[in-house]
Design a protein around this ligand. Structure first.
Ligand code: GTP
Ligand code: MG
Length: 408
């Protein structure tokens, strides 16, 4: 009996030992697996970093080569662009390759809007005098290009009034239409008392770039940095979008393209307001003339976004009350009426001073610029038509409307 018991307990001990051994083995294997997984992950991260570094270097190299405007052919594009500059009073020797190049690209960029709007309009108008039916067609076309109901009504009513007073030929109709459209775009600009938005020399100017996610804020900021450096402004960038992980890298590439320093805080959950604070300190120390602040487009919710913007604004007002501050709302033209709603939303909570319309290339809804000017009374300050560094220019209603209504 006793013997039996002791052999049982030996068996039990053997069993327990085997189980423990197995467990230990398993744990060891798990540990080894974890370690090798960790090593693999580290290796992958290193490879990824190396790849990103290579891509960054490659991008910067391509940018340097790509960014110089070239004198193209003496063709219809060149002639049209030169004529637009000439009709604004520029002399032949005052015209730069950059300006010609931009106008050709703007016209090309607005091709989609034009196709769905002007080509049809010109066909309808022909050389015959305007009729009430052509006005109905024009109304539909303007609405389709996202000019908005108010702008469309305004233009159509003016044309109708003119029609009641006199016979309006096709060509004159177009001229009148262009003027009416320009009036809409120019009104908020004239009311701002500032025809062209340029940083004030030898002072601190702070431009806050705001807007919902993906509209092109960071890209626009990069292009603005380029324009500013070209115009000899001492420029600095603040990476205050701390929400999106890759935002700082994206800005660093843009900064490198124009040789502009980027103030950032790489740590996780960094406070955007702290980044702004640091960047203002650097700007003051360096006598910076233009501080461009990139902000997040997406936070946990819309209220957070607005709260963050007002926090940033407060820091600026407190730390540098004399700075010339602009809050510029970036809108993606391809979002049409949605853009108009964003402009209305932001103008309620964020003290906006202007708008920048991006992605005018390849959209058929460039008309949203009219809706924003008329319905939100926001001066359009810049327009972007492309992803390149040179694809952003100060807004000029004459050039915009000519490019929009170009008849070829
Ligand atoms: N075609 C075209 N693409 C543009 C233009 N501007 C920006 N983009 C592209 O739009 C995408 C989004 O641009 P971002 O600058 O990252 O937009 P964002 O507003 O900073 O986005 P979040 O930081 O995520 O809120 C990118 O792929 C840009 O290259 C433009 O004028 N034309
Ligand atoms: Mg961004």
């Amino acid at each position: 009996m006793e013997n039996n018991e002791s052999s049982n307990s030996i068996d039990w001990a053997k069993q327990a030992y085997a189980l423990l051994k197995e467990k230990q083995q398993l744990e060891k294997q798990q540990l080894e697996k974890q370690q090798s997984e960790k090593q693999e992950l580290e290796k992958q991260q290193l490879e990824k970093q190396e790849l990103e570094k290579q891509q960054l270097e490659k991008q910067i190299k391509t940018f340097v080569n790509e960014e110089q405007a070239q004198l193209g052919e003496f063709n219809e594009e060149f002639t049209w662009s030169a004529m637009i500059l000439a009709s604004q009073g520029k002399k032949a020797n005052q015209i730069s390759i950059d300006e010609i190049d931009w106008l050709s690209r703007l016209k090309k960029g607005l091709e989609e809007t034009r196709k769905g709007f002007v080509t049809e309009l010109l066909d309808k108008l022909g050389d015959d005098p305007l009729t009430p039916e052509t006005l109905d067609d024009l109304e539909t076309l303007l609405l389709r290009a996202d000019a908005g109901i108010d702008s469309t009504d305004k233009v159509i009513n003016s044309l109708r009034k003119k029609l009641n007073e006199e016979v309006v030929g096709g060509e004159e109709g177009i001229r009148f239409l262009k003027q009416e459209l320009r009036n809409i775009l120019d009104k908020p600009i004239l009311e701002s008392g500032n025809q062209l938005l340029v940083p004030k020399k030898n002072q601190l100017n702070i431009w806050l770039i705001v807007g919902v996610n993906g509209v092109g804020k960071t890209t626009t900021l990069g292009k603005l940095a380029h324009l500013a450096v070209e115009s000899n402004f001492k420029t600095l960038i603040a990476a205050a979008d701390t929400f999106r992980a890759a935002a700082v890298e994206q800005l660093t590439v843009w900064g490198a393209r124009s040789n502009v320093d980027v103030i950032s805080n790489q740590s996780k959950n960094a406070d955007p307001a702290a980044v702004v604070f640091d960047s203002i300190n650097s700007a003051v120390k360096r006598n910076t003339e233009l501080l461009l602040i990139d902000t997040a487009g997406r936070l946990q919710n819309k209220n957070n976004l607005m709260e963050e913007l007002s926090k940033i604004k407060k820091i600026i007002d407190k730390r540098v009350p004399n700075a010339n501050v602009e809050s510029l709302l970036v809108l993606d033209a391809s979002q049409g009426q949605n853009g108009l709603n964003q402009a209305k939303g932001f103008s309620k909570s964020a003290d906006l001073t202007g708008a920048i319309i991006t992605k005018l290339d390849g959209t058929s809804r460039g008309g949203v610029s009219l809706a924003v000017s008329l319905e939100v009374n926001l001066p359009i300050r810049f327009i972007g038509a492309g992803e390149g560094m040179r694809d952003l220019r100060p807004f000029n209603s004459y050039e915009f409307i000519e490019a929009l209504l170009a008849d070829k």
